[in-house]
Design a protein. Structure first.
Length: 184
């Protein structure tokens, strides 16, 4: 009986260590995400799995121009450490929580202090037209728009500009809402 109890304890300790290690890695280092929709075509496809390096989020670092990032689209609310815990795939699985469509995969176009303008379907950063070979097609010319990117925020857009819900709609994204950088 003692041998069985020791075996159970050994397995229990291994499972607990594995769970804690998985939580740590998923919250602070790397986490899988699924691309939901066509907003990043042709670079990324609908339902494609990607892995995001979360060190940017963990250490509150700014991404670079052109980085593909995962953002929390709920820009009107503060994020907390508990959000990171509740959004971990294991916790969602164990709690039975449905996957929410709050995470967007987008490309960084503007950083703090930049002025982003859209004129006649062309994106300008600080007055210079951007060369964007990664976009799917020319952006439909709509209203001319302009944004000043405040400190601690980034401006993101999808590569499929005509089919993307991004900073043009939700505004600049707080830096703490940048969940990670795609590691492809």
């Amino acid at each position: 009986m003692k041998k069985v109890w020791k075996e159970i304890q050994g397995w229990g300790i291994s499972i607990i260590i594995g769970f804690v290690l998985s939580m740590f890695i998923g919250i602070f280092v790397i986490q899988p995400y699924r691309v939901d929709g066509h907003s990043m075509e042709p670079t990324l496809n609908d339902n494609q799995r990607i892995y995001a390096w979360k060190l940017v989020h963990s250490f509150d670092k700014l991404p670079k121009y052109g980085d593909i990032v995962i953002i929390d689209s709920r820009v009107d609310r503060e994020r907390s450490f508990m959000d990171d815990v509740k959004e971990h795939p294991l916790i969602r699985l164990l709690s039975g929580a449905e996957e929410q469509e709050i995470f967007y995969v987008k490309r960084v176009i503007g950083l703090p202090g930049d002025t982003i303008e859209i004129k006649d379907g062309q994106v300008y950063r600080n007055g210079e037209a951007l060369h964007e070979p990664y976009i799917k097609e020319a952006m439909n010319a709509g209203m001319n728009q302009s944004w000043e990117i405040p400190a601690g925020h980034v401006f993101v857009m999808g590569d499929n500009r005509n089919n993307s819900n991004d900073s043009r709609n939700i505004g600049p994204v707080p830096q703490d809402h940048v969940m990670g950088i795609d590691s492809f």
